[in-house]
Write a protein that binds this ligand. Structure first.
Ligand SMILES: Nc1ncnc2c1ncn2[C@@H]1O[C@H](COP(=O)(O)OP(=O)(O)OP(=O)(O)O)[C@@H](O)[C@H]1O
Ligand SMILES: [Mg+2]
Length: 261
C-alpha cells in the first residue's frame, strides 16, 4: 500500500433516514483504490444501510457518493447500471439460489448482463471457482455445500464480471472461527493478487484485525462516524465506546463501560 493512492469512492455528508429514524448523518470518508475498508459497529448501527447507499440501491436524504468523477446520486438508472458493472456485491442475506447448481449461480451475472457465449461463460465460471477454492464443483447444488463453501460460491459469483470494487456484507456471519479465518485469508489473497478494492461490513473482531487496512466505526443511536483509522488505532482510541467494542466490553451511553454481565 503506497501513500499516494487514488480515491475509488468518496462519500460526503451522507444522510439517511427511514421515515423519522435518522440512521446516518455527516458520513464522510474515502475508499482508496486497492484497499480493504472495513465498516464496523454493533448490530443496528447502520452498516448495511451505508453499503446499500454506496451502491445507490436507495437514494439518501442528503450528501453524495462519488465513484471516480460521477456522483451516483445524480446518475440516471442507465448510468447506474453501467457503473454497477464495476461492482461485485455479496449481500448479508446473499445466499445462492437453491434450485440452481453452483456453476449456474456463479454464471448468473454473466448470463444476465453480458452477451458472452456459453463456452466463455463456462470458462469464466471454472476460473472463478478455482480462485475461491471450489474448482470442479460447478455441478453441485447449494444444499450439498457447507456454509463456508456457499460463501465462497457467493464470492465467485460476485467476481464473475471482474469487478473493480467488491462489497461484502458480513462475509463470515454464521461461520465457525476456522472457516471464517480461511475466508478472511481468501479476501486478502484476492485483494493482493487482483488489486480489487474492497468494502467489507463486519463486526467480527478477528476479521477486522486480519483484513482491514482502514476501518470506520458507526454507532448505534449515533448517526455519525464514531471513529476511523487502522484497527490498532481504533483499539487504542481515546473514545471509551470505541475501545469498549474492541475489548468486547458492554457499553452504555449513560454509564460507560459496564462491569459483569
Ligand atoms: N428498509 C428499512 N426500513 C426501515 N428501517 C430500516 C430499514 N433497514 C434498516 N432499517 C433500520 O435502520 C437501522 C440500521 O439498520 P442496518 O440494517 O443498516 O444495521 P446493521 O448495522 O447492518 O445491523 P446488523 O449488524 O444487525 O446487520 C436499524 O434501526 C434498522 O431497523
Ligand atoms: Mg447489516
Amino acid at each position: 500500500m503506497s501513500g499516494e493512492q487514488k480515491i475509488a469512492i468518496r462519500v460526503r455528508d451522507l444522510e439517511v433516514s427511514y421515515d423519522d429514524n435518522r440512521v446516518l448523518q455527516n458520513i464522510n470518508f474515502d475508499v482508496h483504490e486497492g484497499e480493504i475498508l472495513v465498516i464496523l459497529g454493533e448490530s443496528g448501527c447502520g452498516k448495511s444501510t451505508l453499503l446499500r447507499h454506496m451502491l445507490m440501491l436507495r437514494s439518501p436524504q442528503g450528501g453524495s457518493v462519488h465513484y471516480g468523477d460521477i456522483d451516483l446520486c445524480q446518475a440516471s438508472e442507465n448510468e447506474l447500471d453501467e457503473i454497477r458493472r464495476d461492482f461485485g456485491v455479496l449481500f448479508q442475506s446473499g445466499a445462492l439460489f437453491k434450485s440452481l447448481t453452483l456453476g449456474d449461480n456463479v454464471a448468473m451475472p454473466a448470463v444476465e448482463f453480458t452477451n458472452l457465449s456459453k463456452d466463455t461463460i463456462e470458462e469464466l465460471v471454472h476460473l472463478k471457482l478455482e480462485m475461491v477454492g471450489l474448482g470442479g464443483m460447478q455441478e453441485l447444488m447449494p444444499s450439498q455445500l457447507s456454509g463456508g463453501m456457499q460463501k465462497r460460491g457467493g464470492l465467485a459469483r460476485a467476481m464473475v464480471l471482474d469487478p473493480k470494487v467488491l462489497f461484502f456484507d458480513e462475509p463470515s456471519a454464521g461461520l465457525d472461527p476456522v472457516t471464517s479465518a480461511s475466508l478472511d485469508h481468501l479476501i486478502i489473497t484476492l485483494n493482493e493478487t487482483l488489486g480489487i478494492t474492497m468494502v467489507v461490513v463486519t463486526h467480527e473482531l478477528e476479521s477486522i484485525h486480519a483484513i482491514a487496512h482502514h476501518a470506520i466505526m458507526l454507532g448505534k443511536n449515533h448517526p455519525g462516524i464514531l471513529a476511523e483509522g487502522t484497527p490498532n488505532e481504533l483499539q487504542n482510541s481515546d473514545i471509551p465506546r470505541v475501545r469498549a467494542f474492541f475489548n468486547r466490553e458492554r457499553y452504555d451511553e449513560n454509564h460507560g463501560v459496564l462491569s459483569g454481565n
